[in-house]
Write a protein that binds this ligand. Structure first.
Ligand SMILES: [Zn+2]
Length: 148
């Protein structure tokens, strides 16, 4: 069977602030993120399988990315662990969904982190090929398995 790449698109709203950054993005602000997840594998060649002809059921890919990325980061505020968050997160109602990461939450480092979260959850015969994370309509970062 030929190797085929399959892509699914996801959307989520996330806020962040870049601690120690020298521009406007040091302020808390949000983005409408778009994430393109591309996997690669051989379509199932088994006439008896309900998934015959599929690399991976789009529904299964959706579930994996929803549980491991979207459910965690949608309507969440994300900070680097270097930021002094204890000074301002006392209004618990506003910070119910907060993620403190051990890296600066740039588009570049987020896409690398997302790759790790997704890779280990895929079936053994399916590989993560690439991720493309749009932070704005015109700016995105990409992760490719072949580069890493
Ligand atoms: Zn930003």
């Amino acid at each position: 069977m030929p190797k085929i790449r399959v892509t699914k698109e996801f959307h989520f709203e996330m806020a962040h602030a870049l601690w120690n950054y020298d521009g406007l993005c040091k302020n808390i602000h949000g983005h409408s993120y778009k994430l393109f997840v591309t996997i690669i594998g051989e379509p199932i060649n088994d006439k008896k399988s309900p998934k015959n002809g599929m690399v991976l059921d789009f529904g299964d890919l959706k579930r994996i990315v929803k549980i491991n990325i979207v459910d965690i980061f949608d309507h969440t505020i994300v900070f680097s662990s270097l930021a002094p968050t204890n000074d301002f997160v006392n209004a618990k109602q506003m910070f119910e969904r907060i993620e403190i990461l051990d890296f600066q939450p740039t588009c570049e480092l987020l896409v690398a982190d997302f790759a790790e979260r997704i890779k280990s959850k895929l079936p053994l015969d399916i590989k993560l090929f690439s991720l493309k994370l749009y932070e704005t309509a015109t700016a995105y970062a990409e992760w490719f398995a072949s580069d890493n």
